[in-house]
Design a protein around this ligand. Sequence first.
Ligand code: FES
Length: 157
Amino acid sequence: MTNETTSTDGLTRRGALTGIAGVGVALPVLAACGSDASTASDPAPAASTTAGGASTSGAPEAATPLTTTADVPVGSGTIFADEGVVVTQPSEGEFKAFSTTCTHTGCPVTEVRDAEIVCPCHGSHFSITDGSPISGPAPAPLATREITVSGQDISLA
Ligand code: FES
């Protein structure tokens, strides 16, 4: 009798613990969903910003801005590795863009230093003005990438 009671209590406790464990598992899953939802909503503000800018240009959603003019220093540049683009500003208000693929053996350039785009693999340096090789083994300029500058937004064409 006592054993049955204990056994019943044990099953009840196990059931309760299982239920608690289930809740414990469910909460992180829900938390992860919440996290995903917030991540998914992150592009929304950018999209609304884009839509706001696009509505004045009359070209909605034609190009999502890559960056802003403020993010590209004068006399230097900024590398966008995911897009394979380096955007430079040789002089104030003049923006250029080049492929990050080095013309030597194809390494991505990784740095803009002292007004030169630098490939780390074998030390080629390129001009931020026209992408031409300044030093190192690269035989040709970095390929030009077309960009458009609309207000403060810089977009790949
Ligand atoms: S791949 Fe860039 S210098 Fe060799």
